[in-house]
Design a protein around this ligand. Structure first.
Ligand code: PBG
Length: 324
């Protein structure tokens, strides 16, 4: 007589379940996004992202310290400039909002890892991620301005730069410029497989970066594609990316998994604003338990293969992990 196979034996008690758990979230895997606004003494709520606030540089220092004290090693900075123009000149100004914010954090919290989002959409009057010519985001000129932006961040003291524009060749352009200017030790975390996703909606409110005409489909990827993601990642690695990223995360776990299995390189996943807002809203409506949902989602992102997770839940998770 065949014995019944009993995998439930290993699920019988919590000690054994704990011993055999395959994936564990660690606060060291997390990166917390911070939005910086002009002015002084400013702390602004972001309506669509409960719990997320935008800070002027002076107020941001305390927030960054709190993040550090929770054990979260890194922040990812996004800037909201006081003025925008066609060329997005605020993105690469030496005294731009990000450049000043980087200097302030490094001065006050030297061992905080400061990563900067390198893009133009917050700084251009048209809201696109590059230089627009005849209604089209011109690739090579945009890549040049993106590289210039990355260099200005490195000069201000950024520990790592993260281009999120999806222009062709921008990783190579950044690597070349950083190297010629003496920043060969500043790593690039490339938003390699970045999709044209509706899940960025709340972010665009936080960063004031919605495109003023059209959409981003001529540079960000079609959500229906996954082979293309692998080609984009391969190109970024070839051009010198140190860490590659899949974004968004939750609806793209298959892409994270394929990327992890295909490439032997650190992989980040961006648990984006809409993924955060969705859980917050459902939690507030009593449809599900926010903490359990957030932990399950983030654990799944890690299980799929992400080494690092950029998430608006980072502070909450740090607290939950500490009190477990
Ligand atoms: C800038 C950028 C975006 C996000 C990160 N960098 C928005 C976009 O591409 O429109 C989205 C992050 C989020 O939704 O949390 N290009």
């Amino acid at each position: 007589m065949d014995l019944v196979k009993r995998p439930r034996r290993l699920r019988k008690c919590s000690a054994l379940r704990d011993m055999l758990r395959e994936t564990a979230l660690d606060v060291k895997d997390l990166i917390y996004p911070l939005f910086v606004v002009p002015g002084e003494g400013m702390i602004q709520e972001v309506a669509s992202m409960p719990g997320i606030r935008r800070f002027s540089i002076d107020m941001m220092i305390n927030e960054a310290k709190a993040v550090k004290d929770l054990g979260i090693p890194a922040v990812l900075l996004f800037g909201v400039p006081s003025a925008k123009d066609e060329m997005g000149s605020g993105a690469y100004a030496d005294d731009g909002i990000i450049q000043n914010a980087v200097r302030a954090i490094k001065r006050n919290i030297p061992d905080m890892m400061v990563i900067t989002d390198v893009c133009m959409c917050e700084y251009t009057s048209h809201g696109h991620c590059g230089f627009v010519e005849d209604g089209y985001v011109a690739n090579d000129k945009s890549a040049e301005l993106i590289a210039k932006t990355a260099l200005s961040h490195a000069r201000a003291g950024a520990d790592m730069v993260a281009p999120s524009d999806m222009m062709d060749g921008r990783v190579g352009a950044i690597r070349k410029l950083l190297d010629t200017e003496g920043f060969e030790n500043v790593p690039i975390m490339a938003y390699s497989a970045k999709y044209a996703s509706c899940f960025y909606g709340p972010f665009r409110e936080a960063a004031g970066s919605a495109p003023q005409f059209g959409d981003r489909k001529s540079y960000q990827m079609d959500p229906a594609n996954s082979d293309e993601a692998l080609r984009e990642i391969a190109l970024d690695i070839e051009e010198g990316a140190d860490i590659v990223m899949v974004k968004p995360a939750l609806a793209y776990l298959d892409v994270i998994s394929r990327a992890k299995q295909t490439f032997n390189i650190p992989l980040a996943a961006y648990n984006v604003s809409g993924e955060y807002a969705m859980v917050k809203a459902a939690g507030r409506m009593g449809c599900l338990d926010e903490k359990s949902a957030a932990m399950e989602i983030l654990t799944s992102i890690k299980r799929a293969g992400a080494d690092l997770i950029i998430t608006y839940f980072a502070k909450d998770v740090a607290g939950w992990l500490a009190t477990r």
